[in-house]
Design a protein around this ligand. Structure first.
Ligand SMILES: NCCC[C@H](NC(=O)CCC(=O)O)C(=O)O
Ligand SMILES: NC(=O)OP(=O)(O)O
Length: 318
């Protein structure tokens, strides 16, 4: 594996989940695999879970890790070709990525969308240029349109916890927020769940207010519902997440009705496990009573980020 940027980079998701769960039960089974190899993690944006879980995963495989907080500690990057660099940007992505590739055997990159131009964000220009110029295998640590390590983790968490008979009903539920957030997490979750649904692993529904429909390239096969209560009926997992509008790009649109998941709404479900990628804003996106209650899977989910990252790194090293 030379690139992990979406579910399309994985051939067998069932086997991949099993590989991650095997690592969870024996974390140091491949402690020599990464000896004398260096992982570089490059951040254009903040991170807690992705940063620490990917570092720890690399350490479990015997790798060395270096971290570059490019947004705070690096030179201002130019990404466009053909510009005379007489403004504020200091170094071109062509050189910066190529240089980082000289020091690392594998690189990870986090780069959020700017949410100004849909075409620019959805072209994944920055991520793709980084991949093109660094010359080593690359892991997405969340790009403009996807967060594959998160979605892989989410599938692991569902497979690990599902004890019922038959196929679990999984609902991606839009939640309120005060800021415009990327569509990367829900896009990616939808893409992974659509593939999982096609393989008979889940039954997948997306609940969102009018105007918040995601790009259809990610949601193929999902049932789209505009009524949260209707979607919650019989749900086994509720995946809570805010995102800004894709159609009216990057905008926070008014949403009628109550979209925050509470214990009262949870009673409509099949005693569902509640998931969120974190960070979560308490009592805005998701009620504290749920986060602090028995249905919350968010800490287990964040813990599983480790095994998702370790499974990907192991594939890249092997
Ligand atoms: N990596 C996990 C999510 C990152 C990002 N959340 C945020 O930016 C939250 C910011 C805030 O709550 O102010 C997102 O939704 O894509
Ligand atoms: N879920 C997630 O990616 O968290 P961080 O942004 O803290 O890495």
């Amino acid at each position: 594996m030379k690139l992990f940027s979406s579910v399309h980079d994985v051939t067998d998701i069932k086997q991949f989940v099993q590989d991650a769960l095997d690592l969870k039960s024996d974390p140091h089974a491949h402690a020599a695999l990464g000896k004398n190899k260096t992982l570089g993690l490059v951040f254009m944006n903040p991170s807690l879970r992705t940063r620490l879980s990917t570092q720890k995963a690399a350490l479990n495989l015997g790798m060395s890790v270096i971290v570059m907080n490019m947004d705070k500690e690096g030179w201002a990057l130019e990404t466009q070709d053909g510009v005379i660099m007489n403004g504020t940007t200091v170094e071109h992505i062509r050189e910066a990525a190529a240089v980082m590739g000289q020091y690392c055997d594998i690189l990870g990159l986090r780069s959020f969308p700017k949410l100004q131009s849909r075409d620019e964000d959805y072209s994944e220009d920055f991520f793709n240029k980084f991949v093109q110029f660094c010359g080593v295998p690359v892991i997405s640590l969340e790009s403009a349109t996807r967060h594959p390590l998160q979605s892989f983790t989410d599938l692991i968490t569902i497979r690990e916890t599902w004890k019922g008979a038959g196929t679990p009903k999984v609902v991606l539920a839009w939640a309120p927020h005060v800021k415009a957030l990327p569509q990367a997490v829900p896009n990616s979750f939808a893409e992974w769940m659509s593939k999982a649904q096609a393989e008979g692993m889940v039954d997948f529904t997306i609940a969102q207010p009018e105007g918040y429909e995601l790009d259809e390239q990610f949601t193929g096969g999902a049932k789209l519902v505009y009524d949260l209560d209707a979607a919650l009926r019989g749900a086994d997992y509720v995946y809570v997440k805010n995102w800004s509008s894709y159609k009216d790009y990057g905008k926070v649109l008014p949403a009628s009705g109550n979209w925050m998941l509470t214990n009262e709404k949870l009673r409509l479900t099949n005693n569902a496990g509640v998931m969120h990628c974190l960070p979560v804003r308490r009592d805005l996106e998701l009620a504290s009573e749920i986060l602090d209650g028995p249905n919350s899977l968010v800490i287990r989910e964040a813990g599983n980020r480790l095994w998702a990252a370790q499974a990907i790194l192991k594939k890249m090293l092997s």
